[in-house]
Write a protein that binds this ligand. Structure first.
Ligand SMILES: Cc1cc2nc3c(=O)[nH]c(=O)nc-3n(C[C@H](O)[C@H](O)[C@H](O)COP(=O)(O)O)c2cc1C
Length: 249
């Protein structure tokens, strides 16, 4: 499990007057194609903002670089920020936890159809890239709704009893995830002053880990609500990290 958060590094740079760092440039990195094995990426975009979204833009920087490196691989985008992902309702709960999943009535199968699509989509890709803003110390509701749709008994996790105590088994194997996030405040990263208020990274890591995706990297740009230069530096650093990561993923 890897954790990269640009905030501390940037903070040091700012304190040391190291703000003149140039914005990351694609020319700094060589992306020679690497096709030893077919890879597939599922990109989940969670910002309600389109063109103006920083998390979306940064994730797309990674995806472009990754595609240059893997020209024949498959990239699928799933919009959860600007498209409505249905929240869990009573019909969903009844169907998802129906005691005989192989004998679900047709109406219940219909209630799970969209969730099944999202689960199949997740299982059909090797790499998961989630771009998300921090919203009220967590993730936007669309991303939370997506999580609720893909954490599925019998498909992405199993449940059993051991001496009456619930046991959970993750069913998703061999995948890794990259979370690209943007925050208005500053210091939500590891060791930061506001780390304890960061319920976004912890939610994503916990939920993904619960279904078996434990190889999770977080790259953050911070300080959009501070003076412009603070965010520029943080975003440029995040971009550098993403371009470097595109060579390894
Ligand atoms: C509804 C809402 C809630 C927000 N809550 C937080 C928050 O809790 N902490 C924070 O640092 N920034 C918060 N922000 C600021 C965003 O995280 C910041 O603007 C981020 O860069 C947006 O990412 P995007 O450009 O990808 O949409 C919030 C913004 C909105 C619109």
């Amino acid at each position: 499990m890897d954790e990269i958060d640009s905030s501390r590094l940037i903070f040091v740079q700012l304190k040391q007057g190291g703000c003149e760092r140039q914005a990351a440039s694609h020319e700094q990195f060589e992306f020679s194609p690497k096709e030893s094995q077919m890879s597939t990426v599922l990109a989940i975009h969670a910002s309600p903002r389109g063109e103006r979204s920083h998390s979306r833009r940064l994730a797309e920087v990674f995806l472009s670089a990754w595609q240059a490196r893997h020209p024949q691989s498959k990239l699928t985008r799933r919009e959860v920020g600007r498209a409505l992902i249905p929240p869990v309702n009573e019909a969903f709960v009844a169907a998802a936890f129906y005691p005989e999943p192989d004998a679900r009535p047709l109406s219940m199968q219909a209630d799970l159809a969209f969730s099944d699509t999202l689960v199949d989509e997740l299982l059909g890709h090797d790499v998961l890239v989630i771009s998300t803003p921090m919203h009220n110390f967590s993730v936007p509701s669309g991303l939370k709704a997506w999580i609720d749709q893909i954490v599925r008994l019998g498909l992405t996790f199993n449940h059993s009893l051991d001496n009456g105590i619930a046991q959970y088994e993750p069913l998703v194997q061999g995948k890794k995830a990259l979370i690209v996030t943007s925050r208005g405040g500053f210091g939500f990263g590891p060791g930061g002053e506001l780390e304890a208020m960061n319920h976004a990274d912890t939610l994503l890591r916990t939920a993904l880990g619960f279904i078996g995706i434990t190889d999770v990297t977080v790259i953050a740009a911070e300080g959009e609500e501070s003076e412009a230069r603070t965010f520029e530096v943080s975003a440029a650093e995040a971009e550098q990290r993403l371009l470097a990561l595109a060579r390894e993923f």
